[in-house]
Ligand binder design. Structure first.
Ligand code: SPV
Ligand code: MG
Length: 437
């Protein structure tokens, strides 16, 4: 029989924000043998919650300084079975909080797996009132600097199979984009980033989406969003306007902490891509490439991405035209390509993706499935998309609700009947932090 000295104790943890709870678990683990920490990789953490604040390498360095930790190995998935089969540890240690909630199933699988070699599960009691998630959420609620925020989109793209982005057009919708979370199986699902849309920014001001709302006004909306969120922001820059103006747009947005600016290859003033019957004039390829190059030259950091949006399929042009443009824009330095389509049947878009995936020099692909919204994120990812943008949904939802309430008041000549379709005032006050309750 192995003596305690030679027994193996496996302890998986994320340790994104080390606290007394982790130390308690390690102290318990080391009583039983040699402690191997299965440190969750950045990808593993991102697969079930927000991307880690500290990188795997940094977390590993911190862990190495803890007395009683024998080895640190990367834990690549939330399913520990493969690592356990390999290590066959005598003990598996995990805080008892996983008996309930999203990790319940993982726990069951661990118990079944270690039973094969008579491994024992040790579950030290959870340290109440403290968790990495709580500490990180608290820190994030304090706000983030422009530099920190700007970097986050590239980081997300490196860690997530597909980055999920939703539109916001003011502070309130931005709070929804920032805070909405649901639990699905093992995963806490939320939006990764915010789309500052020309359509919804213009519409919420009661203005047409024809590049009438100028950069100063758009910047005001962006600032409203920045003030109450921490997630990365992608700005819809329309055509980018004149080159001389575009370089200022790049500088302004980069300085604010925006992560990416998307410009479309149409002639100023563009019409909204989804507008039925609109005439869309494609920009000359060389002129658009010159604009991309000017933007790349104007930015200060590589964190700020300039994304070229191809409107060939919107303008009634062919997939070949879109591919030709994609090649040229990548050559000009675009950090990513957005391919747009307004067809419900995305057959041409799928064809574009297929051929695009064959490119040797391809960059990440962005899609906006407003019309072909039967496709799921998994399907879009399989088509090669790295970013999916839900471009207008919060505005469309709020308009519907507002209209219904307005009509209900008119019908009844009072507002009682709207009570069940409006959130209570109490909740409105609770919605926004610092209202004093
Ligand atoms: C926007 O949201 O403003 C867009 C996407 O540019 S679309 O409305 O589909 O053109
Ligand atoms: Mg737009």
């Amino acid at each position: 029989m192995k003596s305690t000295k030679n027994k193996i104790v496996y302890v998986p943890m994320a340790a994104d924000y080390l606290h007394i709870g982790h130390i308690k678990i390690i102290n318990e683990a080391k009583k039983h043998g040699k402690v191997i920490i299965g440190l969750l990789t950045d990808q593993a953490i991102s697969s079930y919650k927000r991307v880690p604040m500290t990188s795997f390498e940094q977390r590993k360095k911190i862990m190495e300084t803890i007395a009683g930790v024998w080895k640190i190995i990367p834990q690549h998935t939330l399913d520990y079975t493969e690592t356990l089969q390999e290590l066959k540890p005598d003990f598996f240690v995990h805080g008892d909080d996983w008996k309930e909630g999203i990790q319940k199933k993982v726990r069951k699988k661990v118990i079944e797996t270690i039973k094969e070699w008579d491994g024992k599960l040790i579950e030290p009691s959870y340290t109440q009132g403290i968790s990495s998630t709580m500490l990180i959420d608290g820190q994030i609620e304090q706000g983030v600097t422009p530099d920190y925020r700007r970097k986050q989109l590239k980081k997300l793209m490196g860690l997530k199979p597909i980055v999920r982005v939703i539109e916001a057009h003011n502070g309130l919708s931005a709070r929804i984009a920032e805070t909405t979370k649901i639990t699905c199986g093992n995963e806490i699902r939320e939006f990764d980033a915010i789309w500052e849309s020309s359509l919804t920014d213009s519409s919420s001001k009661g203005k047409p989406d024809i590049e009438l709302v100028d950069l100063t006004s758009r910047t005001q909306t962006i600032n409203e969003i920045l003030e109450v969120t921490t997630k990365p922001i992608i700005v819809d820059g329309d055509t980018g306007g004149l080159i001389e103006h575009f370089v200022f747009m790049v500088k302004t947005l980069e300085r604010l902490g925006v992560s990416a600016l998307i410009i479309e290859d149409k002639v100023f003033p563009k019409r909204n891509s989804l507008l039925d019957g609109a005439i869309h004039i494609s920009e000359d390829i060389d002129k658009f490439c010159a604009k991309i190059k000017a933007g790349i030259h104007a930015r200060v950091t590589q964190d700020f991405m300039i994304i070229a949006r191809i409107e060939s399929l919107i303008a009634g042009k062919s997939v070949s035209d879109a591919l030709l443009r994609a090649n040229a824009y990548i050559e000009a330095g675009a950090d990513a390509i957005m391919i747009h389509s307004k067809n419900k049947d995305p057959v041409k878009l799928i064809e574009f993706c297929k051929q695009y995936n064959e490119f040797k020099n391809k960059v990440p692909l962005v899609v906006v499935p407003t019309t072909y919204n039967h496709l799921t994120e998994d399907e879009l990812k399989d088509m090669g998309a790295s970013i999916v943008i839900y471009a207008n949904h919060l505005l469309r939802a709020s308009y519907n609700s507002m209209k219904q309430v307005a009509e209900t008041i008119l019908e009844n000549k009072r507002s009682l009947e709207t009570d069940n379709i409006c959130i209570p005032i109490k909740e409105v006050l609770r919605l926004i932090p610092h209202n004093g309750c």
